[in-house]
Design a protein around this ligand. Sequence first.
Ligand code: PLP
Length: 400
Amino acid sequence: MSFLSATLDRVKPSPTIAVSTMARELKAAGKDVIGLGAGEPDFDTPANIREAGKAAIDSGDTRYTAPDGTPELKAAICAKFKRDNGLDYKPAQISVGTGGKQILYNALMATLNPGDEVVIPAPYWVSYPDMVLLAGGTPVIVKAGADADYKLTPEALDAAITDKTKWFIFNSPSNPTGAAYSRDELQALTDVLVKYPHVWVMSDDIYEHLVYDGFEFFTPAQIEPALYERTLTCNGVSKAYAMTGWRIGYAGGPEKLIGAMRKVQSQSTSNPCSISQAAAVEALNGPQDFIPANNEVFRRRRDMVVEMLNAAEGIDCPKPEGAFYVYPSVTACIGKTTAGGVKIVNDEVFATALLEEKGVAVVFGAAFGLEPCFRVSYATSDELLREACTRIQDFCASLR
Ligand code: PLP
């Protein structure tokens, strides 16, 4: 009998971490590698937020807090939901966890029974299907391809829902594509969801603030009040506030669900770090003006990367609305052979050969459930991005 649990057998290790490990090994061996795999901003946490963390340490804010968040942070989150999303949540409807990741995981752990299905549009953030499996549920993957700008159509959503569907996971702007749904596109999906009262909506809004060219962000519970009672609106400070290492995520939703999530958290990790919670209060209540400034940098990089990748032979790169990712297709490269003699049979081989022959680390599309593509994170310096895109162009030009 295996020592490891059967549940763990169903789960795979994170492919994005595997790519960064391989890039790190090549770097350690002296190879000139540019990593475009990171899922975090290259900016520092703003100074006022760092100061709030230091002040929390010095004032003794260093003890256990309520398991799912301090009253101060919950109040700041309620104010944020009202300000940015027009959503009314009471503190009892708020859960704070160790990163957005724990919030999603708690919600799935608190609700899934064997046989329960969770509809996940692909390409998806790598953790969604595996978290569903860990919680004992069944992921139902629905493709949303480049032909539809990587956005799920209402017809495809409708066809994926069964009597066993418990959740629909929605992520806009998306990791890995950067695609974000307009109000009309979202309304078309919520119109479908309204028809199925047994389906709950998990909206992962972690890239909310990272949108460009005047794009207006909307979240399901905001535009469809009929879904408010069965939506968990998830968010966090990791991405927009450059606070990935502080580990604070949060959600607003029905009290019964929030209470169940508290139960999971209180018997696993207990409260998220008290110092990080104090810093997150400052992030949400303090000045927000660095967000548009950072976004201008991200937008410029996105435009450069999209232009340079589309100039590479055999690559087709849609221009997304948000996040800091692009998701080019390499369909036209499949079947070709690299200068090093490798036949490109799929996107994983493409990405591995690109890393070995040109020293550029990207994550292959199969990891996100939609191939043949790869993900580029442009949360890195302009100079490195330009060099990496030039290498990708050279790599593509060398294919025969
Ligand atoms: N959701 C999506 C779509 C993400 O890309 C990430 C992080 O990469 C998270 C959630 C988790 O964020 P956190 O670092 O706050 O756990």
